[in-house]
Ligand binder design. Structure first.
Ligand code: 0PR
Length: 381
């Protein structure tokens, strides 16, 4: 820092320069992100509540009430109007908190999750000295239930099922996990991505698996408003079936104005009104329209992948499409140089398109010829 403050206009010029170096959803080249341009209501609400800090809730009773309403709305989306929980900084924080609760409640150490689970579960195991027990995948890249059943034991602190895997967007057989856990073993569902997709796919008439509190064995669910919920970053949420789960991690520091039952102390709370405003303005109809339009583009992208001779490991179940590649790293690198930001997967080796609302048919039409050239050059097709 300089001794003397710099000119405001000079600093703003620097910020503008940095902003221009970033990639933006509106420019169309981002095909590998699970986030998108937030809804205008989120932007407005977020800037309005920029001072809020739910780490000290007594000072922000208005924001606190909005958080309760957000939890109720998310709960009703996930078949539990009476769910407990809080808004977090995202899927990682929600997943770590879920395992923290499971550890406290059960006093056990093993966490059973599929190989396809997000790496936040490994972070959680590292942090809390829990033992990961990874389960293999079936031919559709879902958790193998026979293996899970074998490995769930009296040492299990938590079983995790994923509703919308990060890489392929498939959903584990959570109904079967719920039966196996039978309300005795803690079952957490990571619906960070799928939570704002599956309920609306169902309303659109798709055959979708049950994954939420409708299933008796499900104890907690991660759902991220900052992904398909169209809210401003960072906005995740953790929902819990029982009040005692929150109590197991709560603290009441004497110098603060309320209880904290979460990892963060001071926390970014502007995303709470951001999420509230977005959910209220969109309503179920709004989300259904968004999911429908993402799925239309998803099917279009998968058709165009096949037309240029690529193979899909699975047909898309939500708005994620993967195409097999011998060398996805090289393909992604070459596309990157041309301004296309698509991601890759480890298992199976693929390039991965996440069809968020900013990925339109026009984006696909511009992308496919470039992809074809790169694939031809590298002997992929
Ligand atoms: N659970 C699942 C199923 C996820 O897909 C993700 C994130 C998480 C948990 C963790 O969520 P947070 O990143 O909110 O903590 N999946 C993406 C990933 O890590 C997130 C992402 C978002 C990646 C935007 C890129 C990007 O531009 O790959």
């Amino acid at each position: 820092m300089n001794k003397k403050g710099a000119r405001y206009s000079q600093v703003m010029k620097e910020l503008k320069n940095a902003y221009e170096q970033d990639y933006h959803f509106k420019d169309g080249g981002i095909l590998g992100s699970m986030c998108t341009k937030p809804h205008p209501a989120a932007l407005k609400a977020h800037s309005m509540f920029i001072e809020s800090n739910l780490g000290n809730p007594g000072l922000y009773p208005g924001t606190k009430k909005l958080e309760e309403k957000v939890i109720r709305m998310l709960g009703s989306l996930l078949h539990n109007k009476n769910a407990y929980g809080h808004v977090t900084g995202g899927g990682t924080e929600s997943n770590i908190t879920a395992l923290w609760i499971a550890k406290k409640v059960t006093k056990k150490k093993e966490v059973v999750f599929p190989e396809s689970a997000h790496f936040s579960f490994h972070k959680a195991c590292d942090l809390m000295d829990l033992t990961p027990v990874e389960i293999g995948l079936d031919k559709n890249y879902r958790m193998r239930i026979d293996e899970a059943e074998d490995k769930i034991s009296d040492k299990t602190a938590c079983v995790v099922g994923v509703a919308g895997t990060t890489e392929l967007g498939v959903t584990d057989p959570v109904d079967k996990l719920s039966d196996i856990c039978n309300e005795k073993t803690f079952l957490h569902v990571d619906a960070a991505f799928g939570g704002f997709v599956l309920p609306f796919l169902k309303e659109l008439g798709y055959k979708t698996p049950d994954f939420d509190f409708k299933l008796k064995g499900v104890c907690s669910v991660t759902i991220d408003p900052h992904k398909m919920g169209m809210a401003s970053v960072p906005a995740g949420a953790l929902l819990l079936r029982e009040k005692q789960y929150l109590k197991s991690i709560s603290r009441k520091p004497v110098y603060l104005t309320g209880v904290q039952a979460c990892i963060s102390g001071t926390r970014c709370s502007a995303s709470v009104p951001g999420t509230y405003a977005t959910m209220k303005v969109l309503g179920r109809d709004g989300y259904r329209r968004i999911v429908k339009s993402c799925m239309d583009v998803t099917f279009y992208l998968s058709k165009r992948f096949k037309e240029i001779g690529l193979q899909l490991p699975v047909e898309p179940e939500m708005n994620i499409v993967c195409a097999r590649m011998k060398n996805p790293i090289r393909i992604v690198k070459e596309l990157d140089k041309k301004g296309w930001k698509i991601s890759k997967t480890r298992k199976p080796r693929c390039i991965r398109g996440v069809v968020m609302p900013h990925v339109t048919r026009k984006v696909v039409d511009d992308f496919i010829p470039e992809l074809k050239k790169v694939c031809r050059k590298n002997g992929e097709i």
